[in-house]
Design a protein around this ligand. Sequence first.
Ligand SMILES: [Zn+2]
Length: 129
Amino acid sequence: MNQNPDSHSVRRIVLPSGRSIEVVRFSLEARPIHGLHVCPECSSQLVQPVQWGEATVGFWELTLQCPNCDWLTDGVFDQAQVDEFEEQLDDGLTDMLNDLRRLTQANMTDEIDRFAAALHSDLILPEDF
Ligand SMILES: [Zn+2]
């Protein structure tokens, strides 16, 4: 299996806006190693979709932005790329919710400790309620 890494196919698609674009698909070896969530400018893994829509069946037109360096791009990506990107976004959301849960728990523990300390010091009286 000796595949040329420069091999690619070009497909012309017409967007709902009427604009016609060429989608260049490279062979597996030539595809970017990193997914759409990785910024090509600063390597941040926090690239987000800021606008999206179906370009044509199996292709999505996305506007991507890096919150770290403000890199912004428009592009048309195939379903497999978008599926992988969606998984990365879901993983990121799960991580963020776990962090929020831990932070909320830490804040509540801190509040309870302060409330208990105030009770012991007679700083909270019945008329406070
Ligand atoms: Zn960036």
